[in-house]
Each structure stands twice: as structure tokens, then as C-alpha cells.
Design a protein around this ligand. Structure first.
Ligand SMILES: [Zn+2]
Length: 112
């Protein structure tokens, strides 16, 4: 099946399917939920933040792992995928509201 969700990079850049490199414009005109109309959005790449050792999920995970029968799920040892799904961060130029646009698998993403 192709494109169950709306608002993917493929939509943003008018591409149908994953492939080699994808070019994304530096600015996209799209709907802003706060302004409730189409505005210019600044495009950047989403990067996961640093893991905090004292975050609730992290503490729960530690707690569940300790004791007899430790590891709770199989550890990923070999990865089948060579690419990651890229998420775009769109920042509204009018109000500064940031929306994420879930991406597709890309080997290379070029912004600009
Ligand atoms: Zn806005």
C-alpha cells in the first residue's frame, strides 16, 4: 500500500516513492494549525534529543530490567535496514509554530 498517512516528505516534495537522494526546498508553503491558514514554513531536519537518564521511561526500563530474567525484549544485533526515516521540522514563519512531518526512507536528504 502506498501512502496511508498524509503529510509525508513525499507529499511535500511531490515525490511518490523512496529512492536515492531527495531534495527538499528550504521553505514550504503549507497549512499552519495555529494560524489556521497556509503560511511559509522554514524546513529543517528533525534530530532526536539526548537521552536523559532520569526520564520516567528510562527509569521504568531500568527497573524492569533488573533482577532475574533481565532483558525484556530481544536486543537488536543486526540491522536489516540501511536507511532511516527522515522527519522534517517545519517552522511557521508567521507565528513560529513547529510541526513535524513524518518522512519516508531516504538514503540522502538535501535541504535547499
Ligand atoms: Zn503559524
Amino acid at each position: 500500500m502506498y501512502q496511508r498517512r498524509t503529510g509525508r516528505i513525499a507529499n511535500a516534495i511531490g515525490r511518490r516513492w523512496w529512492g536515492s537522494a531527495a531534495k527538499v526546498p528550504r521553505a514550504i508553503r503549507t497549512s499552519c494549525p495555529r494560524c489556521r491558514r497556509h503560511t511559509e514554513h522554514e524546513v529543517s531536519l528533525y534530530k532526536a534529543g539526548r537521552r536523559r537518564a532520569l526520564a520516567e521511561g528510562e527509569r521504568r526500563h531500568e527497573w524492569r530490567k533488573k533482577g532475574y530474567g533481565g532483558q525484556k525484549y530481544p536486543r537488536q544485533r543486526r540491522f536489516a535496514k540501511t536507511t532511516k526515516k527522515q522527519t522534517l521540522k517545519l517552522k511557521c514563519k508567521v507565528c513560529g509554530y513547529i510541526i513535524h512531518r513524518e518522512g519516508i526512507r531516504l538514503s540522502k536528504l538535501v535541504i535547499g
